[in-house]
Design a protein around this ligand. Structure first.
Ligand code: ATP
Ligand code: MG
Ligand code: MG
Ligand code: MG
Length: 464
């Protein structure tokens, strides 16, 4: 089954069961400055779960585009290293707003996995919260999952929206990719491997936590579930890694072509294939590269992709070329991507060209510093110089250092940043450059004129 067929089968299954199909909302959460990006299917329904918004339906289903590249959920550092994490992915979900609860949610999930997708029951493992006897009982006695394939866990199986408000236990479904892959079952000592991969998370919102931390039962409990489309596609296509599914195989081929690589197994190609999706979709949703907030996250992802291309030997702009390949894979499901492909290319090309001016020099400086290193930690001064003079975001330097088994002196870097802020504050008292407040990532960046210049340049570029 191709990814597009799984998406369709999922949405159909829940529509047939009385769920209203709700289109994916933007990656930039509406009216929610606390959240960097939409990172789960429930985000657009947050106000409904809190009882502050009413909808004409009590059951919904969606395929929500998500980005986890900053803020509370940040999978950026996992990309290229695990078989299952992306910065951009699609989360398929079914939701009940005070309508059905645990029993139906578990039954639906099981039927979809075993009947619609035809997965063998013996490959599925489940976890529940240690306090949740009700869910354990449904899985074991009603569904028939053997007790040895059910684990009762703690933190990973309790979900909450914030410090107060709706929360509850959850239940995760894992797929066993077989003994050829390293890793133990959920809850075991070596669960960190990639053999058992979490495919679906069912959240049972049944409490309201007050400001003393006390849990009060909600009058009408709700359901929020999320299943990763790419992980499900890997299972359905009989491959272990998400990067081996149809869509990624094609994007990796395209990335190899664009960077002049002949070996498709390079981890850098996976990173590039991942990053073109988050970058293109963030731009579709109106984020522009800049030096603060969401725009800075986008800029960091673009620079990371460009650096990985550089590592593969690409010396000319290549990243923007992948927009056309992404369009072939996803343009049909996302018409806005198709419509704006030309603009996205221009924006990415401009970023690539801008970074290309300093990347080579920065890489040389970093190489020299790493080669001359006596310990295993890179000093704050070098990290700061790379950041300030060569436009290397902290996480980009960290990504390179990690490949060489070197850690970064983050505290030293922060001290250098603070010193620079101090200098800028002193200068601004004489009316020089402006300094912005904290950005969404909690790190202060120099902005003011920089951001205005970025936006003006991009607007001019798109008018050409
Ligand atoms: P993991 O423990 O593997 O990091 P998670 O528990 O953080 O996953 P949830 O927040 O429960 O993930 O999200 C619901 C589902 O979305 C997961 O079961 C998984 O299928 C998918 N998913 C989560 N994060 C990613 C990601 N970075 N890339 C691809 N799919 C993801
Ligand atoms: Mg996670
Ligand atoms: Mg998990
Ligand atoms: Mg989970």
């Amino acid at each position: 089954m191709k990814s597009a067929e799984i998406r369709k089968a999922f949405l159909n299954f829940f529509e047939e069961r009385g769920h209203t199909l709700v289109p994916s909302s933007s990656l930039v959460p509406e009216n929610d400055p606390t959240l960097l990006f939409t990172n789960a299917g429930m985000v657009p329904f947050k106000e409904v779960f809190l009882g502050r918004d009413q909808r004409p339906y009590v059951r919904a289903t969606s395929a929500q585009r998500c980005v986890r590249a900053g803020g509370k959920h940040n999978d950026l550092d996992n990309v290229g290293y695990t078989a299952r994490h992306h910065t951009f992915f699609e989360m398929l979900g079914n939701f009940s707003f005070g309508d059905y609860f645990k029993r139906e949610a578990i039954q639906y999930a099981w039927r979809f996995l075993t009947e619609v997708l035809g997965l063998p029951a013996e490959k599925l493992w489940v976890t529940v919260h240690h306090s949740d006897d009700e869910a354990a009982d449904i899985w074991i006695n009603e569904i028939g999952v053997p007790a040895e394939r059910l684990a009762r866990l703690d933190e990973d199986n309790f979900w909450q929206m914030g410090d107060t408000g709706p929360c509850g236990p959850c239940s995760e479904v894992f797929y066993d990719h077989g003994p050829d892959v390293f890793g133990g079952p959920p809850g075991s000592a070596d669960e960190d491997g990639d053999r058992y991969i979490e495919i679906w998370n069912l959240v049972f919102m049944q409490y309201d936590r007050d400001s003393d931390g006390t849990l009060h039962p909600l009058p009408s409990p709700s359901i929020d579930t999320g299943m990763g489309l790419e992980r499900m596609a890997a299972v359905a296509q009989g491959v272990h890694s998400n990067y081996e599914i149809d869509l990624f195989v094609n994007l990796i081929k395209a990335a190899a072509r664009a960077t002049g690589q002949s070996d498709p197994d390079q981890p850098s190609l996976r990173v590039i294939a991942d990053h073109i999706r988050s970058c293109a979709f963030l731009i579709v949703d109106g984020v522009l590269p800049s030096n603060e907030g969401r725009g800075y996250v986008l800029r960091r992802i673009i620079r990371r992709a460009v650096r990985h291309g550089h590592k593969l030997g690409a010396r000319d702009p290549f990243f923007h070329k992948l927009v056309a390949d992404l369009d072939v894979e996803m343009g049909e499901a996302y018409p806005a991507l198709r419509e704006r492909a030309g603009q996205i290319e221009k924006i990415l090309l401009r970023e690539e060209e801008q970074f290309a001016r300093t990347l080579d020099h920065g890489m040389r400086l970093l190489d020299e510093a790493l080669n001359a290193l006596s310990g295993d930690t890179l000093d704050g001064e070098t990290i700061f110089k790379l950041y300030d003079t060569y436009g290397f975001p902290f996480d980009l330097t960290a990504d390179i250092a990690r490949e060489r088994g070197v850690a970064l002196d983050e505290a030293g870097f922060e001290r250098e940043l603070e010193a620079q802020r101090e200098r800028a504050r002193a200068a601004s008292r004489f009316g020089a450059d402006q300094v912005s407040e904290l950005n969404l990532e909690g790190r202060t960046e120099f902005t003011g004129y920089d951001r205005l210049r970025d936006e003006a340049d991009i607007v001019a570029l798109l008018d050409e």
